[in-house]
Design a protein around this ligand. Structure first.
Ligand SMILES: [Zn+2]
Length: 474
């Protein structure tokens, strides 16, 4: 498979370190609030990447971290639980949002079981050991407010800082250091590895040089420690939103390189922004729509998954309710076009070479996915096949099997369920028989009334010359 490697600025073939195994690290959420649709889009793309590798026969080891200690989680926990001990407040707040995050993932068909999930607060010893190694290499220094990474020492040791973002080094501010987890987009400064405890902040002991620098890790070192713990260094693919390129990913690379001179990951995949009504999602703009809001309005989470996959991960994708409605309609049509096969009673060959059509479609879809995860192209192929299946007047058992297994392939690859079996009850079957009789006697109004009645039960009907088929309305 080829992907766009931010490190090389081009599409390159992924050659995994171990045969038949791909090790992926995805920067997970900071659990201080509900994740917005932009975050979710990133996770949908990354999940689809892993699915594509799995279908290509790879064993995928996919690690995702949970940032449950940083500036934002501390601020939020203080405001939510001002009377609790800082560490307890932090745990309450972060566990709550972590649960909401996993609930959202499940709704868009991202299965937690496919991931190794690691929390930062449970990796403190790992983080400290990594900082120890950076200090040993002479690149970190201890200041009165914590432990910092020296960009100057890093460069003096023969390294290049800024390999992903290509930031010019004249943007360096050599006089200052920064203890914020997120900082100016284009100023390179020494950044914090370990922050000395400020009043009433959660903190852990850290004994070094016979002193105890009680405090907590900086954000960047968390990912450096959690990724290599499970995946080794280097591993194959590191993913995240493009916002993370600088400073987060540059700093991750620098931290890991300073301990052993090795790259952190061979490939860096970054997903572009989801624009809501043409604007980047941000808290300050107040446009941070979450999954709960669209569900409340009657949209399916998987309609959002389809909307996301209809854009390429490296382009900006657009979100508004019109586009979401279109995606929902497309999803319903897919279900209509595929699910009718479960209502076939008399199997009869369709006269369409569906086996061949599906074989070729799978080839095209697989090629599209291998060419830098071209999900829009894969989905347009799916729509083509869907229209053909939806126009079939009958199917035999072999065709049935082909269609069903193609739908299952799509679900495994794209995380979209497009085929549903519904069992009608006696009353519903009777209504269909009654309608058929009305149609034979050209009582169209009565027939239409029955169709409408079944629609209220979420049963759709499809008529051909010889048969009436049904499918679930989703
Ligand atoms: Zn990260």
């Amino acid at each position: 498979m080829k992907i766009y490697n931010t490190l090389q600025k081009e599409n390159v073939q992924v050659n995994s370190i171990d045969d038949n195994q791909i090790k992926i690290y995805s920067c997970g959420p900071t659990v201080y609030d509900e994740v917005h649709l932009g975050n979710l889009a990133t996770f949908i793309y990354t999940d689809t990447l892993a699915r594509a590798f799995r279908l290509n026969g790879y064993n995928v080891i996919h690690v995702m971290n949970i940032t449950d200690i940083d500036d934002k989680t501390i601020r939020k926990s203080k405001s939510e639980y001002p009377n609790l001990k800082p560490i307890e407040a932090l745990e309450r707040t972060t566990r709550k949002y972590e649960k909401l995050f996993f609930d959202d993932l499940k709704k868009v068909n991202i299965h937690k079981n496919n991931y190794h999930i690691i929390r930062a607060t449970e990796s403190i010893d790992l983080i400290k050991s990594l900082i120890n190694q950076i200090i040993k290499s002479g690149i970190a220094y201890i200041a009165d407010d914590g432990i910092y990474f020296s960009i100057e020492k890093y460069i003096e040791a023969g390294n290049k800082y800024g390999v992903l973002s290509n930031l010019p080094l004249n943007h360096r501010d050599v006089k200052h250091r920064i203890d914020n987890d997120e900082y100016d987009k284009d100023t390179i400064e020494d950044f914090v590895l370990w922050k000395k405890q400020k009043e009433s902040e959660p903190a852990w002991d850290y004994k070094i040089n016979n002193i105890n620098i009680k405090g907590r890790p900086g954000w960047h070192i968390e990912c450096s420690a959690m990724s290599i713990n499970k995946l080794g260094q280097p591993f194959d693919i590191h993913t995240g939103g493009i916002d993370l390129i600088f400073p987060h990913h540059e700093n991750e690379i620098a931290q890991n390189k300073s301990i052993n001179g090795l790259n952190l990951a061979n490939y860096w995949l970054h997903t572009n922004h989801l624009l809501v009504d043409g604007k980047k999602i941000s808290k300050s703009l107040g446009n941070g729509i979450g999954l709960a809001e669209i569900i409340e309005l009657g949209y399916y989470p998987t309609s959002f998954r389809l909307l996301v996959l209809q854009s390429h991960y490296s382009n900006q994708s657009l979100f508004n309710y019109e586009i979401l409605s279109d995606a929902q309609t497309s999803l319903s049509n897919l279900v209509r076009d595929f699910s009718w096969i479960y209502s076939v009673v008399n199997y009869k060959n369709s006269g369409i070479d569906i086996k061949n059509i599906i074989t070729n479609a799978k080839k095209s879809i697989s090629l599209a996915m291998d060419e830098n995860l071209n999900t829009p192209s894969a989905i347009s192929k799916l729509f083509e096949v869907s229209a053909i299946i939806g126009s079939m007047k009958s199917c035999d058992e072999l065709e049935f099997n082909e269609i069903e297994s193609f739908a299952e392939y799509i679900e495994r690859l794209l995380g979209l369920k497009i085929i549903y079996k519904i069992i009608l009850d006696k009353n519903q079957l009777e209504l269909i028989r009654e309608r058929q009789s009305n149609r034979v006697h050209e009582k169209w109004l009565l027939a239409d009334n029955i169709r409408d009645e079944l629609l209220t039960m979420d049963v759709g009907l499809r008529d051909t010359e010889d048969a009436t088929y049904w499918y679930p309305i989703i």
